[in-house]
Design a protein around this ligand. Sequence first.
Ligand code: C5P
Length: 227
Amino acid sequence: NKRITIAIDGFSSTGKSTVAKQLARELGYVYVDTGAMYRAVSFYAMRNDLITPTSFDKEGLVAKLDNIQLKFIFDPDLGYAAIYLNDENIEDEIRTLEVSNYVSKVAAVSQVREKLVSQQQLMGKEKGVVMDGRDIGTVVFPHAELKLFMTATSKERAQRRYKELIEKGQEVNYEEVLKNVEERDHLDTTREDSPLVKAQDAIEIDNSSLSIEEQFEKILKLSLDKI
Ligand code: C5P
């Protein structure tokens, strides 16, 4: 069996990470959540007052990038790897709406992208990896054997994200979650460096009306066809 690279890109809350985790487990591959890395840098910026609702000290963040060390360590309770910022587990801290509101601004900074993309390329260099994000099939692994581009309507996606946050006990309302989803779509698709765009050779999957099982079966089949 040959080991391949599977790149999964798409808008936020399209179920990329759900299917990527299932696929990695089924194939015995490594799963890398690149959104967690951009969230971790945003969390660092937030904690160090480099970003607030009204300001963003880009130069300050760029100057401190060398102080940011990210690592993934498998967590048997979660069933996937949790992200660590300088040896501190911040898996829960990065999943808040506050971090979501900053992340697309931080992810638009080229020096941030350079740092994270090179780390992602290292993590995938042995293949046997399922990586999800916004630029995996276009920038990180343009030669990936399988590229998927996931879509769903913004209302459907906001509904899913809202449910997730409520289940985690966070106090949010649907309207603000929808606003965040739409703002991130806009920033992610219009930024200059590595905008979210479907790679020419990516297979588009609209999962608005697919169940998680149907989606998994479909994508597993596409993967096995390449292996
Ligand atoms: O996947 P997730 O929704 O956690 O990603 C959070 C944000 O990180 C995205 O909205 C995007 O701004 C940024 N991101 C990115 N490139 C990636 C992954 C995430 O710009 N490869």
